[in-house]
Design a protein around this ligand. Structure first.
Ligand code: GRF
Length: 208
């Protein structure tokens, strides 16, 4: 099961995915049946890139600033991604909005992780917004990507408690840890065939 991961930042989710695939230094002893075959970043300074290289995974950089039009940036990314022939394209802290053309090119093969309990808090500053609202529960969601930002069908969520004295940093850290559990679990379901995109809907089998 071939996977391409798109990143912009530190790549801690990428690391969790590499580990569960048995790739790289902290590789899980019982890896799932998937392989990360390429990592693409829109920022050459993304710390995710050396994580990929250390794990022996091919990388590519397509800088959004080199393209006046979003559609041309996306077309260049598609070239790189399709050369890796992925079964699934995983957004892991990829901070650019994708065109509908890109999204439909990977229809049913594109997932994202978002640091909130969707449909709450689409977009940015999710931890601050959860604190401002006085929420007692917060968390992260993995969803299929549709043209609506953070709006595609939710596959799974991981909840965390909001503590009384939390600030943005402490809460973000707790959610990040939850992400590192949730994303590898979802990739495992995909690789085993338990989770599928079927007729424009999520199909998730009960545990065998
Ligand atoms: C995560 O919080 C993810 O939910 C959001 O971007 C962040 C990426 O973190 N989309 P990392 O680069 O995986 O450490």
């Amino acid at each position: 099961y071939r996977v391409v991961v798109l990143v912009s930042g530190s790549g801690s989710n990428l690391q969790a995915l590499l580990d569960v695939c048995g790739q790289g230094a902290n590789a899980s002893a019982t890896p799932i049946d998937a392989k990360i075959v390429g990592v693409l970043s829109n920022r050459e300074e993304a710390l995710a890139l050396p994580r990929a290289t250390r794990a022996g995974v091919a990388t590519a950089v397509v800088k959004h600033r080199d393209y006046a039009e979003r559609i041309d940036f996306d077309a260049e990314m598609i070239k790189h991604i399709d050369a890796w022939a992925p079964d699934m394209v995983i957004l892991a802290g990829f901070m650019r909005i994708l065109t509908p053309d890109f999204v439909s090119h990977y229809s049913g093969r594109l997932i994202n992780i978002h640091p909130s309990l969707l449909p709450k808090y689409k977009g940015l500053h999710t931890h601050q917004r959860a604190l401002d609202a006085g929420d007692t529960k917060h968390g992260c969601s993995v969803h299929f990507v549709t043209p609506e930002l953070d709006g595609g069908p939710v596959i799974a969520q991981h909840r965390v408690s909001v503590h009384q004295h939390d600030n943005v940093d402490s809460l973000a850290q707790r959610v990040h840890q939850a992400e590192h559990q949730l994303y590898p679990r979802v990739l495992g379901w995909l690789a085993s065939g338990r989770l599928r995109w079927q007729d424009g809907q999520i199909a998730l089998d009960n545990k065998p």
